[in-house]
Design a binder for this molecule. Structure first.
Ligand code: C5P
Length: 227
């Protein structure tokens, strides 16, 4: 069977990664969570005092980029690859609301994007990949055979993210999560470099009222038309 590239883009917390992981597992494809890569760079910036509520030292971040290595290692128990920053597993640390509150500023820096996009293109060069993010169908793999653009109302998305954070044991308010989702959508959609836009040929998928099973089955039908 022919191996293809599946690009899944969309707004924050649209459930892209959940369906992408399931799809990759079913097809025997590699799954790449590109948001985790931007989050890991943000976590590095936070750990090294380059970004906080008062400062964002863009120049220092750019000059530190060669010192940042992002990698993925498959976790057999969890059934997906976890993200590593300079060989340290940071899967849990990068999912906090604090990282979420800075990540879109970091992701707007062209030099950061250039570094990560190159790595993403390399990871997907042999096809057989499901990659999710904001610019996969437009910039990383403009020739992807299947492009999806996921949407859902901001409230639905904030509720999903809130439930995930509460389940992890984080102490947060729903309103703060909603605000973060809306702010990230705004910055991601309005930045100069690779803004979040639907690729012309991407299939729009509003999953506000769909179960995971329904989404998976719909997407699988689309995949089967391409392979
Ligand atoms: O997908 P996730 O919500 O984890 O992504 C975190 C942030 O990383 C996004 O809000 C966006 O600022 C950035 N991002 C990006 N391009 C991608 C993936 C994520 O700019 N391909």
């Amino acid at each position: 069977m022919k191996k293809i590239t599946i690009a899944i883009d969309g707004f924050s917390s649209t459930g892209k990664s959940t369906v992408a992981k399931q799809l990759a597992k079913h097809l025997g494809y590699v799954y790449v969570d590109t948001g985790a890569m931007y989050r890991a760079v943000t976590y590095y910036a936070m750990q090294n005092g380059l970004i906080n509520k008062e400062i964002f030292n863009t120049e220092a971040l750019i000059s530190n980029l060669p010192k940042i290595t992002i990698s993925f290692k498959f976790n057999e128990d969890k059934g997906f690859a976890e993200v590593y920053l300079n060989n340290e597993n940071v899967e849990k640390q990068i999912r906090t609301l604090e990282v979420s509150s800075f990540v879109s500023q970091v992701a707007a820096v062209s030099q950061v994007r250039k570094k990560l996009v190159e790595q993403q293109q390399n990871m997907g060069k042999d096809k057989g990949v499901v990659m999710d993010g904001r610019d996969i169908g437009t910039v990383v793999f403009p020739d992807a055979e299947l492009k999806l653009f996921m949407t859902a109302s901001a409230e639905t998305r904030a509720q999903r993210r809130y439930d995930e954070l509460i389940e992890r044991g984080d102490k947060i308010e729903y309103e703060a999560v909603l605000k973060n989702v809306q702010e990230r959508d705004y910055i991601d959609s309005n930045r100069k470099d690779s803004p979040l836009v639907k690729a012309d040929e991407a299939i729009e998928f509003d999953n506000s009222n769909m179960t995971l099973k329904e989404q998976f089955e719909e997407i699988l039908k689309l995949v089967n038309q391409k392979i």
